[in-house]
Design a protein around this ligand. Structure first.
Ligand SMILES: [Zn+2]
Length: 486
């Protein structure tokens, strides 16, 4: 069977590259017959599970415990927090009938779980000894997205983790928001190699019901931004709505101080495959690859059985050392197999042929750089581990170097539009990130198709003394980042 490999230009035509890699690497199937819903196939779900595990480990290390709440939320719960219901109502899927009977009260498929979880938190939390309460769940949520859906980037059902915490003080809640941002850094950047910036969202772009929202924005290869994990300081808004309260040290009833944090695994996967992939297909970080090492027998006439036996033995021994290994003993040509596993992003390939059997040295090829080297059989596990770390480091450093080049500045609407055409983030002076600035953000959107993402968290981007808002010309109080977004 002929297979000339995957060959799409990620830089020149990212959109085609993305659609093709999703299809050809068999990541998901778009043919399911409910609009906006896709089927995730094993090759991506095997990575999903590793990504969930990485986040869950960090969350548990910072005191969270897992739970599972029902997917259905009664309408009554939604109506309790006014901003929240206004923010989510247009996107809800409703269950209105059960076993042929119309329901008296509609049930929503959760679009996020505040209204399910806090109902129970109000029963669980009574006194200071019940705090802090830190719970997460790994689950699906449903939102009827009206924008065009794109696998992993935007669909009507997505897979995520949501952590919901309650504290006795505002200070503890604020500290949790910073911890959530550090979790994103440790997992999404240091482990998955995806760079991002945390922005404090403008007043008009906060999570419905939150006091403050911090969102991580990454970039896709076409220069558009993609929103990644957000963490929200909820203050006492939801606590008041759901009566999440405790007896404080003075014996008075006080409302809890809340936060929530939501890494969307399917969306982060979109960034992982897009940022690291190349024109041959996927390139996966070592710890996320469903198969880390593929062993390929390179046949020679007369030695077929011996070579296959050796390849299987090498694979079994590596498996015993903790690697996830596939031994491709199919009848395809070595070239076909190389292309096949390269398209799927397997980080390391070990070739076992007649020459290798004689010399006791195997050819090892890296997916990220294409470099090959010979490794003695005894030294194989240690070397593969070392190469695995080197691959993940290389992917992260390459992504960081590229990301750093995507930051631009502008001081007028014309400059902003030009800079956005090149892609990436553009820093501009804006009059305000309070509600007064909303009209200016809308003007920017209308004239440049750029979205005001907010002010950089921990950044020192203060406007110069004479700077004026790019949209209205009034003195600028803030420097905001603008980008076109997915
Ligand atoms: Zn303005």
């Amino acid at each position: 069977m002929a297979f000339d490999g995957f060959d799409f230009d990620k830089e020149k035509d990212f959109s085609t590259w993305y659609s093709e890699v999703v299809k050809r690497a068999e990541l998901c199937d778009l043919r399911y017959n409910v609009k906006g819903f896709v089927v995730f196939r094993p090759w991506c779900v095997m990575s999903f599970k590793k990504m969930y595990a990485a986040f869950e480990k960090e969350l548990e290390a910072s005191g969270h415990r897992p739970a599972l709440f029902p997917a259905l939320v009664p309408e009554e719960n939604f109506l309790k927090e006014k901003e929240h219901v206004e923010g989510f109502a247009p996107d809800l899927f409703w269950v209105t009938e059960v076993a042929g009977n119309k329901l008296g009260e509609r049930l929503a498929m959760r679009p996020t779980s505040e209204t399910a979880m806090y109902k129970m938190y109000s029963l669980w939390i009574q006194g200071l000894s019940d705090l802090p309460l830190k719970i997460y769940q790994s689950c699906q949520v449903w939102r009827c997205e009206t924008k065009a859906t794109r696998p992993f980037i935007r669909s009507r059902e997505f897979h995520w983790i949501e952590a919901h915490d309650v504290f006795a003080t505002m200070e503890e809640a604020e500290a949790q928001v910073r911890t959530d941002m550090e979790t994103t850094e440790r997992v999404m950047h240091l482990q998955f190699g995806v760079p991002f910036i945390y922005f404090k969202r403008p007043e008009w772009d906060k999570f419905p019901g939150a006091v403050e929202t911090f969102g991580a924005d990454s970039l896709m290869p076409d220069g558009k931004t993609i929103q990644q994990p957000s963490t929200h300081l909820l203050g006492q808004n939801f606590a008041k709505a759901f009566d999440v309260s405790f007896l404080n040290s003075k014996g008075e009833r006080e409302f809890g101080w809340q936060t929530c944090y939501g890494p969307a695994i399917s969306r982060i996967y979109a960034s992982v495959i897009s940022v690291h992939g190349d024109n041959k297909g996927l390139v996966l970080p070592f710890d996320l690859a469903p198969v880390q090492v593929v062993v390929i027998p390179v046949q020679k006439k007369g030695l077929e059985e011996k070579i296959v036996a050796k390849a299987k033995a090498v694979a079994a021994s590596l498996r015993g050392r903790g690697f996830s290994v596939e031994c491709d003993c199919s009848t395809s040509t070595p070239g076909f197999k190389y292309n096949y596993w390269e398209l799927r992003g397997v980080p390391l390939r070990v070739e076992v042929g007649a020459r290798e059997m004689e010399s006791g040295e195997f050819v090892v090829a890296r997916r990220d750089t294409g470099e090959k080297e010979k490794v003695k059989e005894m030294e194989l596990p240690a070397r593969l581990n070392g190469l695995g770390v080197a691959i993940s480091d290389n992917l992260r450093l390459k992504a960081d170097a590229w990301f750093a080049k995507q930051l631009h500045c502008a001081s007028s609407m014309e400059e902003l539009a030009k800079a956005l055409d090149k892609g990436g983030f553009v820093k501009v002076p804006l009059c305000s990130v309070k509600m007064d600035g909303k009209a200016c953000a809308e003007k920017i959107k209308a004239e440049t198709v750029g979205d005001v993402r907010g002010t950089r968290f921990g950044g020192k981007d203060k406007p110069v003394h004479s700077a004026v808002c790019v949209a209205c010309g009034k003195p600028a109080d803030e420097v905001v980042f603008v980008a076109r977004q997915y």
